[in-house]
Design a protein around this ligand. Structure first.
Ligand SMILES: Cc1ncc(COP(=O)(O)O)c(C=O)c1O
Length: 316
């Protein structure tokens, strides 16, 4: 973050940074951290692309708060819509019909490619991945989930087991997860000299993993369209189309995790639109509302939606 000590925001009276920092260190448990060595930055408020602390020090928020705030902080239209909804109805059980949920689903479907028909809402990206994985397992009657080593899919049971990065290793309690190498020319696992070679060899590697795991056992291939936490790794132009072909050839559900890349982050509604292909399930969160309130979900293609017309979405 770029510090701009010439404060552009007035200090917040009555509270100081030290009190908030002490409060946090005494009572708050943070994710993905050894608690004893934490020294969190104190943030009092935000607007647009800036955040500030209690003494008025202002910072440019290059992190977008874990790549959430696609429309910036505190967009007045979204804030007032949240306030209006809170004044009207704060909670509703899953079984009921509700105007806000129905409208949200309809508008999300309008942004999805042709062939998608329903939205399953969750609280965040991790549980959206959990549910996409369950849908794929129930729909195919198969159990294995293939995902990439360079990936992050969330901090819950199957989502962290599907994740490829080092945080998976001490958390691998969910079963049926297999990993493969996704293309990354800069650190090629395939001795590739150019993008075409990297693409072709990564696809051949994925084909071999499917064959060796038993194609009839593979429920889904789960990929971040553009791996984000692993380093914003743009896949070779033809890679995702190649994965789509492999999924079709072997009857495997293709899940694209658009939690970080979706809802405008890459300049399109969904990042896969850059690659002239579409998955069977789209997982979203973060950018859908810039993280203003917890929300995520799965956008479901027509055949999988129809399957659940007379099947329960339950654990396998
Ligand atoms: C690609 C991807 N999938 C899933 C998640 C998990 O989302 P959440 O933190 O909302 O559970 C993240 C979070 O960073 C992510 O980047």
């Amino acid at each position: 973050m770029n510090t701009n000590i010439a404060a552009s925001h007035p200090p917040v009276s009555g509270v100081d940074n030290t009190y908030v920092h002490t409060l946090d260190r005494q009572y708050v448990f943070h994710s993905w951290a050894q608690q004893g060595s934490l020294d969190p930055m104190v943030i009092a408020g935000a607007e647009g692309c800036r955040v500030w602390d209690y003494v008025g020090r202002s910072y440019l928020d290059f992190s977008s708060q874990l790549v959430n705030t696609n429309i910036g902080h505190q967009h007045p239209k979204v804030v007032s819509a949240i306030q209006a909804q809170a004044a009207n109805l704060c909670t509703i059980a899953p079984a009921h019909a509700n105007l806000a949920r129905g409208e949200a689903a309809k508008r999300i479907i309008a942004k999805a490619p042709a062939g998608f028909s329903k939205v399953f809402f969750t609280n965040a990206g991790a549980d959206a991945n959990e549910n996409a994985i369950r849908m794929a397992r129930l729909y195919t009657g198969r159990s294995k989930i293939l995902s990439a080593y360079r990936s992050y899919h969330g901090n819950t049971g199957s989502a962290i087991a599907a994740t490829g990065d080092w945080r998976r290793v001490p958390n691998e309690y969910a079963s049926g997860h297999v990993h493969f190498f996704n293309p990354y020319l800069y650190r090629s696992e395939f001795w590739a000299r150019n993008e075409e070679e990297e693409c072709e060899r990564a696809l051949q590697h994925l084909r071999r993993v499917i064959e060796c795991e038993g194609a009839n056992a593979v429920a889904a291939i789960l990929l971040e369209t553009i791996p984000g936490t692993a380093g914003v790794l743009l896949p070779p132009k033809a890679y995702l189309q190649g994965v789509r072909k492999l999924a079709d050839e072997f009857g495997i559900v293709l899940i694209l995790d658009e939690v970080m890349a979706g809802f405008g982050r890459t300049g399109r509604w969904f990042a896969f639109e850059h690659y002239d292909m579409a998955p069977d399930l789209i997982v979203f969160a973060k950018g859908v509302n810039s993280g203003y309130v917890p929300a995520g979900g799965v956008i479901i293609s027509e055949p999988i939606s129809r399957y659940f017309d007379d099947h329960f979405l339950s654990a396998v």
